[in-house]
Write a protein that binds this ligand. Structure first.
Ligand code: 13P
Ligand code: 13P
Ligand code: MG
Ligand code: MG
Length: 365
């Protein structure tokens, strides 16, 4: 049975500040999707949140980039925005950058990750969602899952993974894409994906079966809006088990709280802390950045689950490490590399301060 799995997300208002989603917004989204499920457009859905980002996880048979599915997501965000405005939540409608829906939510603010596949005998999927970080944050974890034998022993000892995976990388500045084969092209691959603010792993494919293994959202809000409107807070879908990395291999990269951009005012680097859905409440300096993971088994498109995968105790050390790194990074205050370099800062007074002081700058001898 061919199934499409769509994860479409938007920040349509924070509670309190940018730290959490109001439960009434999740309830409103639920009632919007329940109605459509009854009408048969969706097979199933699950509504959740990561920090102040509302997440719509949907299964259906309409394929990717489907206008009806995207319109459903857009209309749901619009309804929730009306409620967010009524509650006077912070930044109500923050990520809805267009006045009206025009066929596809891509380029309109929401983040989108979608894939279509023939459902396997046991279809294990894990959906990663992050808050206070930007698209590109999945580059390092996806590399570890699908190309690093120190993370994924299956690449070495499982025959069905031994030929490796192919990485589709997008250059979001030039609007181009390229595919690299791992393991033989990993040095070339790393030249690019080591610069995640420009080059992003969009998708990963099995080398032999050509099956889709992972897909991420690569929308960059600042490029769409031309100004700072909030962080991308990206999502990523990963298929697991069988020809793909085991659940434990998919989760293992998150034992290291890697540094990502997007903390406080979208202008700071900070550690990506793995947490449960309940703990995706970034408060300290509006962070530190969070990642959550929901696991499902699919059965004829029905979402069996979720399991809150990063709630497990085995991630306690990673959380502790993230808090220690947060202390260390915060000690830098307004200095790089805690603060992002000038050209990457989403939020800056530099032009105004420069203008004010222009006459006081005199040439060096
Ligand atoms: P969000 O992108 O999650 O709304 O965060 C905005 C911000 O800059 C918080 O400091
Ligand atoms: P305001 O949204 O109140 O300007 O605060 C800045 C912030 O939280 C960063 O998005
Ligand atoms: Mg917000
Ligand atoms: Mg957010």
């Amino acid at each position: 049975m061919e199934i499409a799995l769509s994860v479409i997300k938007a920040d349509i208002g924070g509670y309190v500040g940018h730290s959490e989603s109001h439960p009434d917004l999740l309830a409103e989204a639920d009632s919007c999707l329940a109605k459509v499920k009854r009408q048969g457009l969706l097979i199933d859905y699950h509504i959740t949140k990561c920090g102040d980002d509302l997440q719509l996880i949907m299964t259906h048979q309409q394929g990717e980039n489907n206008e009806q599915i995207h319109k459903l997501a857009w209309d749901t965000f619009v309804s929730c925005t009306a409620l967010a405005k009524k509650l006077k939540l912070h930044g109500a409608g923050q990520d809805l950058l267009a006045d009206a829906f025009s066929g596809n939510v891509k380029g309109m603010g929401p983040g989108v990750a979608e894939m279509t596949f023939e459902e396997r005998g046991a279809e294990t999927v894990i959906i990663f969602m992050a808050d206070k970080t930007s698209s590109g944050a999945w580059n390092l974890p996806l590399y570890k899952m699908f190309a690093d034998p120190f993370n994924t022993i299956g690449l070495v000892i499982a025959e069905n993974m031994h030929k490796g995976f192919a990485f589709e990388v997008h250059d979001i500045k030039e609007g181009k894409k390229i595919t690299f084969n791992a393991p033989e092209e990993i040095y070339d691959l790393l030249v690019f994906i080591g610069a995640p603010s420009r080059f992003m792993v969009k998708a990963v494919y099995h080398r032999v079966t050509k099956q889709i293994a992972a897909v991420s959202s690569t929308q960059r809000l600042s490029l769409i809006a031309g100004r700072y409107v909030g962080k991308d807070d990206p999502v990523c879908i990963v298929r697991s088990q069988g020809d793909f990395p085991a659940v434990g291999e998919v989760l293992e990269p998150f034992t290291v709280p890697i540094l990502v951009e997007g903390w406080m005012r979208g202008s700071h680097n900070g550690p990506l802390m793995p947490v449960s859905i309940a703990d995706s409440t970034p408060t300290r300096f509006d962070g530190p950045p969070r990642v959550v993971a929901l696991g499902f088994q699919l059965s004829e498109g029905k979402l069996i689950g979720p399991r809150d995968m990063l709630a497990d105790k085995s991630f306690d050390n990673a959380r502790q490490k993230a808090n220690d790194i947060a202390d260390y990074m915060r000690a830098h205050g307004p200095f790089e590399p805690h603060r992002l370099p000038l050209e990457e800062m989403e939020y800056t007074t530099m032009p105004q301060v420069m203008k004010k002081l222009a006459k006081r700058f005199i040439a060096l001898e």
